[in-house]
Write a protein that binds this ligand. Structure first.
Ligand SMILES: NC(=O)C1=CN([C@@H]2O[C@H](COP(=O)(O)OP(=O)(O)OC[C@H]3O[C@@H](n4cnc5c(N)ncnc54)[C@H](OP(=O)(O)O)[C@@H]3O)[C@@H](O)[C@H]2O)C=CC1
Ligand SMILES: CC(C)CCC[C@@H](C)[C@H]1CC[C@H]2[C@@H]3C(=O)C=C4C[C@@H](O)CC[C@]4(C)[C@H]3CC[C@]12C
Length: 276
C-alpha cells in the first residue's frame, strides 16, 4: 500500500500489511503506498509514524521525503515502492498542498502550484504505479472532498483541484473497463473532518461539528478494499448534499452560504501579477 501524506518535510508512506498466514507467499502481502508528508516536519515525525505503523501490525513501513509539487518526486516514490516490495496492491492518494480559506485574491501562481500538488502529482503517481497495479489487480483510492462536487465560497483554488480529480479518474475508470483492466478506482467524497489543519482553517467560519478523522481513515481503507466506486463520509451530510446539488442547486448554494460566518473572514490583500 502506498499512501501519500506529509510527514513533515513532505514525505510519503509505504506500508506492507502483515500476510494473513505464514503460508501466504510474500507477493500476497498487502503493499500499500500511502500519504506523502512535508519534508520539514518529516525529520522529527516520520520515524515515529513508521514506528507506530509497525506497532499496529504493518509488516513493513517506510517513508520518502520530498515535495509533491514535483512530478519527478511523485514518480520516485512509486519507484521506491517497487524496489522495496517488487509490487503494489493499493495506492492511496491523500496529500494536499497548503491553501487559503479566504476570498480568491488573484494569485494565479498559487492556483498553478496547488494544481501540481493536489492533481498532477496524483496523475504522475497513478501512471508510474499502473503496471504494478495491473499485475496485482489492485486498487487506486483518490481522497477528494464535497468541495470536488459542490463549490463553497473561500475554496476556489482547492475546489478546482478536487473537481479536476473527478474528471480525470472518472474518465480513466471508463478506459479500464473498456480495456478489461482489473484495477478499481475509488473516489472518497469527504465532508468536514476534524484534522488539526481543517479545524484551524475553518472552525471560526463554519458551525458544523467535524467528523472524526480516525473513523474517516478506516472508511477510506475499507472503501478501497471493497473496490467501491465512491465513498461518502460522513454519509449523513455528504449524501443529502449531493442529492440536493442535482435536485435544487440554487437552494443548496444558499444553504451553504448561510452556514458560513462570513464576517469572520479577514480578507487578504490582492496578489501582485498574473503568475506568468
Ligand atoms: N480535513 C477535512 O475537513 C477534509 C479533508 N479532505 C481531504 O482529505 C485529505 C487529507 O486532508 P487533511 O489530513 O485534512 O490535510 P492536512 O493539511 O492535515 O494534511 C495534508 C498532508 O499533506 C502534506 N503535504 C503538504 N504539502 C505537500 C507537498 N508539497 N508534498 C507532499 N506532501 C505535502 C502535509 O504535510 P506537512 O504537514 O508536512 O506540510 C500533510 O501531511 C486531503 O486530500 C483533503 O483534500 C477532504 C474533505 C475535508
Ligand atoms: C452540508 C453543507 C453545508 C456542506 C458544506 C461542506 C463544507 C463546509 C466542507 C466540505 C469540505 C471542506 C473543506 C475540505 O475539503 C478541505 C479543506 C482543506 C483544509 O486544509 C482546510 C479546510 C477545507 C478547506 C475544508 C473546509 C470545509 C469544507 C469546504
Amino acid at each position: 500500500m502506498l499512501t501519500t501524506q506529509h510527514f513533515s518535510t513532505h514525505s510519503i508512506q509505504l506500508l506492507q500489511r502483515k500476510r494473513p498466514s505464514e503460508d501466504s507467499p510474500p507477493s500476497k502481502g498487502r503493499r500499500v503506498v500511502s500519504h506523502p508528508q512535508h519534508p520539514g516536519q518529516c525529520l522529527s515525525h516520520c520515524p515515529q509514524v513508521v514506528e507506530k505503523c509497525l506497532d499496529l501490525g504493518a509488516a513493513s513501513a517506510r517513508y520518502v521525503s520530498g515535495s509533491m509539487e514535483s512530478t519527478a518526486f511523485a514518480e520516485e516514490v512509486v519507484k521506491e515502492a517497487e524496489n522495496t516490495w517488487g509490487g503494489l496492491d493499493m495506492l492511496i492518494l491523500n496529500h494536499i498542498g497548503h491553501s487559503f480559506f479566504d476570498f480568491f485574491n488573484g494569485d494565479v501562481d498559487h492556483v498553478r502550484k496547488l494544481m501540481e500538488t493536489n492533481f498532477l502529482s496524483y496523475v504522475a503517481m497513478t501512471t508510474s504505479a499502473l503496471p504494478m497495479l495491473k499485475e496485482s489487480e489492485g486498487s487506486i483510492v483518490v481522497v477528494s472532498s464535497v468541495s470536488g462536487k459542490v463549490a463553497s465560497p473561500f475554496t476556489a483554488p482547492y475546489s478546482a483541484t478536487k473537481f479536476a480529480l473527478e474528471g480525470f479518474y472518472s474518465s480513466l475508470r471508463h478506459e479500464f473497463i473498456i480495456e478489461n483492466v482489473n484495477v478499481s478506482i475509488t473516489l472518497c467524497i469527504l465532508g468536514y473532518i476534524n484534522t488539526e489543519s481543517a479545524v484551524r482553517a475553518v472552525s471560526h467560519v463554519i458551525n458544523e461539528t467535524p467528523a472524526p478523522k480516525e473513523e474517516c481513515a478506516l472508511e477510506i481503507i475499507r472503501s478501497g478494499a471493497l473496490r467501491q466506486r465512491e465513498l461518502h463520509y460522513p454519509a449523513r451530510t455528504v449524501t443529502p448534499t449531493l442529492l440536493l446539488r442535482d435536485l435544487a442547486p440554487e437552494f443548496l448554494d444558499g444553504l451553504i452560504r448561510s452556514n458560513f460566518r462570513v464576517e469572520n473572514i479577514k480578507k487578504a490583500p490582492a496578489a501582485q501579477g498574473s503568475g506568468h
